[in-house]
Design a protein around this ligand. Sequence first.
Ligand SMILES: Cc1cc2nc3c(=O)[nH]c(=O)nc-3n(C[C@H](O)[C@H](O)[C@H](O)COP(=O)(O)O)c2cc1C
Length: 329
Amino acid sequence: MSNLPQTLRQLKFPVIASPLFIISNPKLVIEQCKAGVIGSMPALNARPASQLDEWLAEITETLAAYDRAHPDNPAAPFAINQIVHKSNDRLDHDMEMCVKYKVPMIITSLGAREEINQAAHSYGAVVMHDIINDKFAHKAIEKGADGLIAVATGAGGHAGVKSPFALIQEIREWFDGPVALSGSIANGGAILAAQAMGADFAYIGSAFIATEEARALDAYKQCVVDSTSDDIVYSNLFTGVHGNYLAPSIRNAGLDPENLPQSDPSKMNFGGDAKKSLERHLGLWPGHQRREESGAHGRTGGAPQARVPGSPHAPGAVTKTVIAALRWR
Ligand SMILES: Cc1cc2nc3c(=O)[nH]c(=O)nc-3n(C[C@H](O)[C@H](O)[C@H](O)COP(=O)(O)O)c2cc1C
């Protein structure tokens, strides 16, 4: 076990539920925390930006009430994800909200900035930064992050290509702080393997798409449950950054998953008006009428393991997902 800050000690389960663009929302975060894993959501999921204030109030008040009612079994802390890319014109506002509500953990991705880490540290938050290689890992710690999220091959959404074995070994040669590992982790054996490798936490995303609380179409949830790793396509077409996508959603958008063009990374846009630029690939998912509910970023590298018993979106499915994730195999 590495050198862990107080917030990360004594967690019921060594699991961080990762932020999911469009899909994560306060209800999902609250259920994740109540189920004993660190829940999270991207700040950008609150739209317009002013909604973040309301969402953070809902999460903090609900979890505080839960803790008062369950003093012997309190909820896990929660995290907010900040996209630290230069196109994110909401970053300062969203970080001010995190300071206001003293969000216990900040997950930064797509860029490392010292001011963001300092703002988080001003009230004692832990910053975990996601990286896809050892070079970015060094940079993140130099800029003041407390811990690392190693996004290895097979992770949902934006993902790297490194073997988790290589990535964790390289990081552990010089870093003894908190490390989470992601990439197709969805059962107890994989969580234990991540820890055996040297990670402190498993970072799990796709398995939570198939839950009632997730903001995704039923067809998308079902696709996550039904798909296998053969259905995953690695492409930079949709955001300018390479990520893993479900082939059926690409086919439904009229594209050939095996012959996708390359994108222009200079077109990346994660700002407050990103919704417009997202419309193109949000249209990837079939039959959705409200695009913000479609979750076309969808993929799962861990689909076979991510199956949730029973209906994928039955009531209480977050708890079911956590239980399924913690199964030995
Ligand atoms: C649909 C979807 C949306 C995602 N959105 C974000 C995001 O907004 N911010 C972020 O840092 N990571 C995002 N990710 C990446 C996850 O946080 C995490 O790295 C990944 O889900 C872990 O791999 P797994 O899905 O195989 O468990 C997303 C992943 C998926 C599948």
